[in-house]
Ligand binder design. Structure first.
Ligand code: COA
Length: 179
């Protein structure tokens, strides 16, 4: 039985290592280090109001995590969050945990009044939880995208209008190589 979002603050110290292990196994040691550093930076430097973390626990074992951080659109009143990074423990992948965790995270954002969520990933996988490929006209990314085909998003409020104007990410994402 999964327990989603147990006590985030108490378990946050474990997250960089979870991301390191998962991305080292799925991509490379360099990628593991980079995503681990990104997670640590997000946790250490993002204002509370701009970060939402969701966890999947199996009893006392951390099996998955997603970090959501705010994208500021100064010309649009809607609240927009970025979903990244996402990880499920390597030995627990492909059993539905990722989709449950994403669905739970989106519901938490909706409850917090968030209107729109974007991410940067494989549309084939994230389409299972409502994401669709979007263009930069729908929501401008904060930096040039190296893979525009991976820019995905979905409305949480039903408002389908494009988000107005340029965006700013939180400082941990303020690095061109992450985009
Ligand atoms: C991507 C990830 C979060 C998915 O979590 P998961 O718990 O393994 O996925 P689920 O069990 O919920 O979903 C499994 C389904 O998605 C598919 N799937 C999983 N990863 C996929 C991917 N990268 N691309 C396309 N499909 C994928 C599976 O084939 C399966 O399909 P099915 O439901 O038709 O059988 C997880 O595999 C992971 O942590 N991977 C390594 C890190 C990573 O790539 N993170 C995402 C980028 S930030």
């Amino acid at each position: 039985m999964l327990n989603l979002n147990a006590d985030f603050k108490a378990r946050a110290v474990e997250l960089p290592e979870l991301f390191r292990e998962v991305f080292t196994a799925s991509e490379s040691e360099d990628e593991g280090r980079a995503v681990s550093a990104l997670a640590a930076d997000l946790l250490n430097t993002t204002p509370d109001d701009d970060l939402l973390g969701v966890l999947a626990m199996d009893r006392d074992v951390l099996v998955g995590c997603i970090l959501f951080s705010r994208l500021h659109y100064d010309q649009d009143p809607r609240q927009v969050f970025l979903m990244s990074p996402v990880a499920v423990r390597t030995d627990r992948q492909k059993s539905g945990i990722g989709q449950k965790l994403i669905g739970f995270g989106l519901e938490q954002l909706r409850l917090h009044g968030v209107d729109f969520v974007v991410s940067y990933g494989d549309p084939a996988y994230y389409g299972k939880t409502g994401f669709q490929t979007i263009t930069e006209e729908v929501a401008q990314p904060p930096m040039p995208l190296s893979m525009p085909q991976g820019w995905i998003g979905q409305t949480l409020s039903g408002d389908q209008k494009p988000i107005e104007g340029p965006s700013r990410c939180v400082s941990a994402f303020n690095r061109p190589e992450l985009w």
